[in-house]
Design a protein around this ligand. Structure first.
Ligand code: CDP
Ligand code: MG
Length: 762
């Protein structure tokens, strides 16, 4: 890779698709949904697995709604009743009937694929069966990976409750920036990305006796890489055992497989062969089975009641509006039962929620008993848990969810599903290197999963907000993420695991060669790879260990050289959370004034630093005279007064403490540049140089690496100032290419600090 002159290059810039939704009048009376009924009942799914476990009879199930209250401080009788209720629920799950068969299958097969409909009990029950079946003997841990943080957290809470233990003891979870496990944890839920990180520290994953890759049908990039890694780990660990046999090592019987106690290759660790279980909600197990050399696949049949599918007669131009109309139509015309709505992201969900509440007062008093509950990945877990609470008598619940509710979390009580047929996905444009999040049509598989949610506890209805002819045109399944994302993180990770030949790596599906090359270019320019494409020491090695995007990692690593790591840790933590500022429509002017008190003429990065420091100062003062709880409460009040999102700020504080720990473990010097912000701004230029842009005569900017014309987002403190040369954090593609989180730099710094990219023209 060789780049010589200014304005060349590859790569990068995140993107977020944001929708603005304006309040609209309730059109209930004027527009009724013209829905027609198709004959589709339960989803017609083909079975491609080898054996099918018997389906328990329909009426054996007595599904009560899950109650997710904590048991603490509850009267004993209530606690007892709840435990009994949970026990009954567990016994009634379809998977309960095949517990013994499943354990037998796991004992007999080192790799097993389990396919089962959503809600059959795979995620919550199987780990408990394995634990009871002796798979944690000798201290082995059962690890269950989830593509989504929210699923890892909610399921771990549920399973801890089912086991009657405190979360973090026998049952725990670990997600990025949050570890709720202890030495007694035996059932550990975690994100797939987190297990990949653990592999960097322990390449045999030696503390796990079983690893369950859950929701494998989602085919996230982490799941795909993890599958490749597990294949190798399993081989190594099995080889360890057979070598031990050859060398006459002592063996003991353990769940049908051998354990060897001492083996030099494994640094004296007690290591058993690794059991791999791949769980998927999609019935096509072939791809996983073939990848694991013809591994055995079994099918746990769930309980699925008929679901009426209704389509619109005409295509809908505004699916959010159509969703609102459908919510109210169901509420006014249909019998009891909760509604699950699939939207594409947080902003859309929050707007829809607001619109429902704006329109509710137009209904008669008796019809206003409609409750809304959002659920999306970045929602704090206490709020996520609310969707599992039973609906109060006389009310109807409307759950506004992202595609997280397709398979990752099962919400009880749903009878109606509204599916606008859209989903937000990340894409990667290799030509510009940007990764916009775009809203696309779902696949047929997703549409079937969504409608299936309506038929878990009884017959239901699914309202697809598009004509039936559109369904036939949908893609069968979603393209795996590895085929449409920036691979720099994956490559960094694989290199750190010792995989040098990325193109030759045994991926379940090969990523695009061009995407691999572009991502390697990015890593090379950041100094993470050497000329021989090896991980550089120490920059690349350190970048791989930080749980951040490569550019943020690079910023932290070089900040210690610029003597401003204290500042950079704060700024990176603040950049890692969703919007710190909020500007409610009705208080725009006030929020602008509040922002002004923090804003720095140098740009948004220093503005974020000012906010963090001001909040920290406030909290410390408040801590001196108040209890911790009171001080936290005061901080929330302070945030409200200053139009700061207290939830995001809290998240940023958590991230800050974790990355500060990471930095200290790497012996990076956490020092401050004091009042002189020049070194900090130079450090920004030295790390974000791939996101540099120059002002054009017409006031727009040209992003130097991609050549794209971009504009400063109105939320930036530099929106009006428009400096000559800037660096930005992310590129948001709406109707314009907006750049967000911007700082002013001197263009001469680019040539000085990133000579691998930029040179001054003679
Ligand atoms: O993984 P799978 O989709 O097969 O099912 P699961 O997630 O194990 O869910 C089994 C049952 O547990 C469902 O009936 C859920 O309603 C219930 N559950 C719950 O009540 N609360 C949770 N946080 C998770 C699951
Ligand atoms: Mg599951």
């Amino acid at each position: 890779i060789c780049v010589h002159c200014i304005g060349l290059l590859c790569v990068v810039g995140g993107g977020l698709f944001r929708r603005e939704l304006l309040p609209k009048p309730l059109r209930l009376a004027s527009k009724q949904f013209c829905l027609h009924r198709s004959n589709i009942l339960a989803p017609p799914l083909a079975v491609a697995t080898q054996i099918i476990f018997p389906m328990p009879s329909m009426d054996s199930g007595n599904f009560k709604q899950s109650q997710h209250n904590s048991n603490i401080n509850k009267p004993k009788s209530e606690h007892f009743a709840r435990r009994q209720n949970i026990e009954q629920q567990r016994k009634a799950l379809p998977i309960a009937a095949v517990e013994k068969l499943l354990l037998e299958e796991v004992r007999n097969n080192d790799t097993l694929i389990i396919v089962g409909e959503t809600g059959s009990g795979k995620t919550t029950q199987l780990p408990q069966y394995l634990n009871n079946g002796g798979f944690c003997r000798d201290g082995g841990i059962i690890g269950i990976t989830q593509p989504r943080r929210v699923a890892a957290v909610t399921v771990a809470k549920r399973v801890a409750e089912e086991c009657g233990v405190a979360l973090g003891q026998k049952v725990g979870y670990a997600i990025r920036f949050e570890d709720v496990t202890s030495s007694s944890t035996r059932i550990k839920y975690m994100t797939d990305g987190l297990l990949l990180r653990e592999a960097l520290l322990d390449s045999y994953l030696s503390k796990y006796s079983v690893i369950i890759v859950d929701e494998a049908h989602e085919r996230t990039v982490h799941t795909d890489v993890l599958l490749g890694l597990l294949k190798t780990v399993q081989k190594t660990r099995s080889k360890g055992v057979s070598d031990a046999v050859k060398n006459g090592m002592p063996l003991e019987k353990h769940n049908g497989s051998e354990v060897f106690s001492t083996l030099k290759q494994c640094r004296g660790k007690k290591l058993s062969p690794l059991k791999i279980i791949i769980m998927s909600a999609s019935l096509d197990a072939r791809v996983f089975s073939e990848y694991f050399g013809g591994a055995r696949a079994v099918h746990v049949q769930g309980r699925q009641y008929p679901v009426d599918i209704l389509y619109t007669r005409q295509p809908e131009t505004d699916y959010v509006d159509a969703t609102l109309i459908t919510i109210f139509q169901i509420h006014m015309e249909e019998g009891p039962g909760d509604i699950l709505v699939f939207l594409t992201g947080q902003e859309e969900i929050e707007s829809a929620e607001r619109l429902v509440h704006e329109r509710l007062p137009q209904l008669s008093e008796s019809k206003r008993k409609l409750l809304t509950f959002p659920i999306f990945s970045s929602l704090p877990s206490e709020k996520q848990m609310k969707v599992f609470m039973p609906t109060p008598i006389g009310f109807r619940k409307v759950i506004l969810a992202t595609n997280i509710a397709e398979t990752s979390v099962t919400i009880p009580g749903i009878k109606y599903v509204i599916d606008p047929g859209m989903v937000k996905v990340r894409t990667y444009e290799a030509s510009t290197g940007i990764e916009p999040l775009i809203i696309v049509k779902t696949s047929k598989a997703q549409a079937l999963q969504r409608s299936g949610r309506a038929g878990r506890e009884g017959p239901g209805k699914c309202y697809r907000l598009y004509p039936e002819s559109e369904f036939d045109k949908l893609k069968d399944s979603t393209t795996p993420e590895i085929k449409r994302c920036n691979l720099s993180n994956v490559i960094l990770h694989l290199k750190a695991l010792g995989v040098d030949d990325i193109i030759g790596f045994d991926f379940i599906e090969q990523p695009d060669r061009i995407a691999i090359i572009k991502s390697m270019e990015l890593l090379f320019l950041l100094g993470a790879l050497t000329d021989e494409s090896k991980l550089s020491d120490p920059v690349g090695q350190r970048m791989a260990r930080l749980p951040l995007d490569p550019i943020y990692s690079k910023a932290l690593i070089i900040a210690s050289e610029f003597n401003c790591l204290e500042e950079m840790l704060i700024v990176v933590a603040m950049l890692s959370v969703e919007s710190i500022f909020y500007a409610p429509r009705e208080k725009l002017e006030e929020s602008r004034i509040a922002l002004k008190s923090f804003s720095s003429p140098e740009g948004d990065h220093l503005t974020l630093l000012n906010v963090y420091r001001a909040s920290d100062e406030f909290l410390q003062k408040s801590n001196l005279v108040n209890s911790k709880e009171k001080a936290e409460k005061n901080l929330r009040k302070w945030c409200k007064e200053n139009f700061i999102n207290s939830r995001s700020l809290k998240h940023a504080r958590d991230i800050h403490s974790q990355i500060q720990r990471n930095a200290e473990q790497m012996n990076l010097h956490v020092t401050s540049c004091g009042d002189d912000m020049l070194p900090f701004r130079r450090c920004l230029a030295a790390s974000f140089f791939l996101n540099a842009a120059l002002k054009q005569p017409d006031g727009t900017y040209r992003a130097l690496s991609s050549g794209l014309t971009v504009q400063i987002h109105p939320s930036s403190v530099l929106f009006r100032t428009k400096p000559e040369c800037i660096i930005f954090d992310e590129l948001v593609r709406t109707n314009h290419n907006y750049i967000r989180n911007i700082s002013r730099i001197d263009y001469l710094w680019l040539a000085e600090l990133a000579p691998q990219c930029y040179a001054l023209q003679e």
